[in-house]
Design a protein around this ligand. Structure first.
Ligand SMILES: Nc1nc2c(ncn2[C@@H]2O[C@H](COP(=O)(O)OP(=O)(O)O)[C@@H](O)[C@H]2O)c(=O)[nH]1
Ligand SMILES: [Mg+2]
Length: 420
């Protein structure tokens, strides 16, 4: 499994801190206490398993109680974290999805502003963990832990709604499950992993582009037309070249349509990639109609039995009406089989808004999330599919032609929370 994708470093670190923060003072002590308990267990051959462990010595229990009491007092003193909820909602923890009135941006900002918290286990849980092999966290502990997880996610660009969904999922798991008292941190970590995986698996299964192409080549239903669109500089042209490279490596022919006639040097850049990869390119002049270039590229592919037409486009802001019209014309004329939105992970939470705006004007089949190798917070890879309803199909992980990874939930999960 790949590790060390910088994009996920932020979230990985924050989630790990949230789990460890929960255990900060209590963890080692509990583990020590558990060890003490283990050491005290008499080794009587085969009946060892059934034998009740000897209770810890009085002074150990007294020390644990005193320490926990002191920490309980600290918990009492600490102001409870509150979500900003409009006046109508009295309860600070009312699920925001249910009210529909929460200013998500404001709530996100407030959560992010809350500083580091030291979270404590209650006296009861702590003492119980000395005597029993499993513990159930009480409501306050769960709330504290979930607040820390929530903050880690929001700070790492997981969207507000997705964060709420993951936290609700986790709340259910923590309220009903028993955690091994000798490995509370590990137990919590595995539940966070599960909640992340549940969310990642909920997203819609996307079209498998390479399988589709292979199938169309097999049945001679070619050319397959793929359109790349998205804001400026996200990696459309580069990703198109990566796909051409991958196809070529697999013996599938393609042609590039240099349909960005808007941005300076865009045509030369496309030509440069075409030469390096070794595929033909159809081009025209700057200012020419991008749809007619795509049309020519399709005609070229048909005439020469080329399997795939990869159609570039000029970067645009979703608010630019002229460019959107031009894009819609391109979709009408080229009638692409697959429309891919290329967005950069570094755009953070703005990315889902961009995608949703584009999707209003033309149907997007899948997302390619680029620049995972650049330092970002990593959270949007978790929430984009969830918030937009459009699946991520590939990740761009660098500038080389090889740096294209098909989407997988495990890839994200293992980058964020390696399963040791
Ligand atoms: N580090 C990194 N750079 C990338 C990636 N994808 C594209 N780029 C770079 O981003 C810049 C803009 O890419 P380009 O393809 O011209 O974007 P376009 O305007 O959307 O066509 C170029 O310098 C690319 O080399 C990626 O996954 N990782
Ligand atoms: Mg370009």
């Amino acid at each position: 499994m790949r590790r060390g994708i910088p994009m996920f470093d932020g979230l990985r670190k924050k989630l790990s801190e949230a789990v460890k923060g929960f255990m900060k003072k209590e963890g080692p002590q509990i583990e020590e206490e558990a060890k003490t308990q283990e050491a005290a267990t008499p080794q009587i051959g085969s009946i060892k398993e059934q034998k009740q462990p000897e209770p810890p010595r009085m002074e150990e229990v007294a020390a644990a109680v005193a320490d926990a009491k002191q920490q309980d007092e600290l918990v009492e003193e600490r102001p409870k974290p509150e979500l900003h909820v409009p006046k109508a909602a009295e309860e600070p923890r009312l699920p925001p999805m249910a009210t529909g009135k929460i200013d998500r941006k404001e709530a996100t900002r407030e959560m992010k502003e809350k500083g580091d918290k030291s979270i404590k286990l209650s006296l009861k849980t702590k003492v119980k963990s000395v005597f029993t092999s499993t513990v159930v966290l009480n409501e306050n502990e769960i709330n504290d832990f979930l607040d820390a997880i929530k903050m880690s996610m929001l700070q790492s660009d997981v969207s507000f709604d997705t964060t709420e969904q993951i936290v609700d999922d986790l709340r259910g798991m923590l309220a009903t499950s028993r955690i091994d008292s000798k490995g509370i941190a590990k137990g919590l970590e595995s539940r966070v992993r599960q909640a992340l995986l549940d969310t990642l698996n909920k997203s819609k299964q996307g079209v498998d582009v390479f399988t589709l192409i292979k199938e169309r080549v097999r049945t001679n239903a070619v050319p397959v037309k793929i359109l790349f669109l998205g804001p400026n500089g996200t990696g459309k042209t580069t990703t198109m070249a990566k796909i051409a490279y991958h196809l070529k490596k697999n013996g599938i022919s393609s042609v590039l349509s240099a349909s960005d006639t808007f941005r300076a040097a865009a045509i030369e850049q496309t030509e440069h990639h075409a030469n390096k990869v070794g595929v033909p390119v159809i081009k025209s002049k700057y200012g020419a109609d991008p749809a007619s270039i795509a049309f020519d590229a399709i005609a070229y592919a048909k005439a020469r039995g080329i399997s795939v037409v990869l159609i570039d486009s000029a970067g645009r802001q979703e608010t630019n009406k002229n460019l959107i019209n031009e894009m819609q014309k391109m979709v009408r004329v080229a009638s692409p089989d697959v429309v891919l939105f290329v967005g950069e992970s570094t755009a953070g939470n703005a990315l889902s808004e961009q995608i949703s705006e584009f999707n209003k004007f033309m149907k997007i089949d899948g997302i390619i999330l680029t620049k995972l190798d650049c330092d970002a917070k990593g959270g949007n890879a978790i929430s984009i599919a969830n918030t937009t309803g459009i699946p991520i199909l590939f990740f761009g992980t660098g500038e080389s032609y090889e740096a294209l990874v098909p989407y997988s939930a495990d890839f994200i999960l293992n980058a964020i929370m390696p399963d040791n």
